[in-house]
Write a protein that binds this ligand. Structure first.
Ligand SMILES: Nc1ncnc2c1ncn2[C@@H]1O[C@H](COP(=O)(O)OP(=O)(O)OP(=O)(O)O)[C@@H](O)[C@H]1O
Ligand SMILES: [Mg+2]
Ligand SMILES: [Zn+2]
Length: 371
């Protein structure tokens, strides 16, 4: 049997299997039930959160032989063809490779012909932000008033690059990144179906490092499963494989940042580099750590069940939280989040990370007049 990667094998085929995006799903289900479906949708959001998956389910819902339905049968010829990627009236295009006006003209010409197999001819245009200005302009009319049998689903990871003229002609829904706890629970469900046992702590590490993308999380899970022979997977191995700093090292790093001990901070970064920890992972871990610290400061230790940690470690964080003001933690987070956004522009990830940590160092120095 041909091996299918986990993210394809478990790609949701029905709306109720989608994780997150409750508002969009509810809206699509309602409009399908009422049979009032907008002609042009624009789905924006980061990679691997379900844009293509949702578009395919919508295509099935519109073309199921049963009826236009929010619960396509998955057994009729049309549903089956869409699931196999062989449905002639569902046209998936990657705008990144078809940016020119000539390419768009070919698409526009093809819209004159009604569907062959189904009720609707559906165009899913991915990475739409890559189109040239002329190509966008050429699309305006058809997006606003397409033939009755045409539906457009545009998808983008860069909403800011979409012209207003396009936005105003589409029903735009932004898909947020997925919460780590949802991702972790979802991975657990997949493992159950695969009959594989991996402890929750490891699933949490994978979820937090996937930065809100389900595809990233499933791919990392697959990497771990396929790189290990033994049944018992060690946390330290997972950290190493994913290039993540273990939680104790993050604690020590945060402790030194709070003490403004820049020499120790740099030494820890040397160590991180030596063992192959990725800089953006360190920044993400620090953001999560300081955010947890904020929560600890505004709640009592007992009522705080947000931090999913064993009590001894929690106690240590609690003691550390006494050594810093809430306002300072918030400013650290601001510097870290802003810095993470610009990390890709630094000459190297290490330099980028140092710049961010120097900003925190400078902030503390200026605030407390340390020379
Ligand atoms: N919301 C979700 N619920 C369940 N699984 C999901 C979800 N989003 C993504 N996945 C998983 O990730 C895989 C990739 O998702 P999809 O192709 O829909 O992402 P995308 O948003 O279109 O990404 P890209 O921007 O890279 O095109 C799916 O096959 C599925 O396994
Ligand atoms: Mg996609
Ligand atoms: Zn069907």
């Amino acid at each position: 049997m041909i091996y299918q990667i986990l993210s394809n094998k478990w790609r949701p085929q029905e709306f109720n299997q989608i994780i997150g995006h409750k508002y969009l799903i509810k809206m699509m289900v309602n409009s399908l039930n009422l049979k009032r479906i907008h002609q042009s949708w624009l789905l924006s959001g980061m990679h691997g959160i379900g844009k293509t998956t949702i578009a395919r389910i919508l295509a099935k819902s519109l073309n199921c032989k049963k009826d236009i339905t929010s619960q396509p049968c998955r057994t009729c010829a049309n549903c089956k063809a869409i699931e196999k990627g062989k449905f002639l009236d569902f046209i998936e295009l990657d705008a990144a490779s078809k940016t020119r006006i000539e390419d768009i003209k070919i698409i526009l010409d093809s819209t004159q012909y009604p569907p062959i197999q189904g009720r609707f001819k559906i165009y899913l245009i991915d990475e739409i932000h890559m189109l040239s200005k002329h190509s966008f302009n050429a699309l305006l009319k058809i997006l606003e008033e397409p033939p009755k049998y045409i539906k457009f689903i545009l998808a983008t990871t860069h909403l800011k690059k979409i012209p207003r003229t396009i936005l105003s002609r589409c029903l735009h829904v932004h898909l947020s990144s997925i919460e780590p706890t949802c991702i972790s629970n979802y991975l657990e469900q997949i493992l159950k179906k695969e009959n594989i046992d991996i402890k929750k702590e490891i699933l949490n590490i994978i979820s937090y490092s996937s930065e809100g993308s389900i595809r990233n999380a499933i791919n990392n899970l697959e990497l771990i499963i396929s790189s290990i022979k033994k049944k018992k997977i060690k946390t330290s191995y997972v950290n190493k494989l994913l290039g993540i700093f273990d939680k104790h090292s993050i604690f020590i790093l945060a402790q030194n940042i709070i003490k403004n001990n820049i020499h120790s901070v740099l030494k820890i970064l040397d160590y991180a580099e030596k063992i192959g920890v990725q800089c953006n992972n360190i920044i993400s871990s620090l953001i999560i750590f300081f955010h947890n610290l904020s929560i600890i400061k505004i709640t009592t230790l007992k009522e705080n069940n947000l931090i999913n940690e064993k009590s001894k470690y929690k106690q240590k964080i609690y003691i550390l939280s006494k050594k810093i003001l809430f306002q300072d933690i918030q400013n650290y987070c601001k510097i870290l989040i802003r810095g993470k956004k610009y990390l890709k522009y630094a000459p190297s990830p290490r330099i980028g990370m140092e710049i961010i940590l120097f900003q925190i160092y400078q902030y503390t120095n200026e605030k407390y007049h340390v020379s």
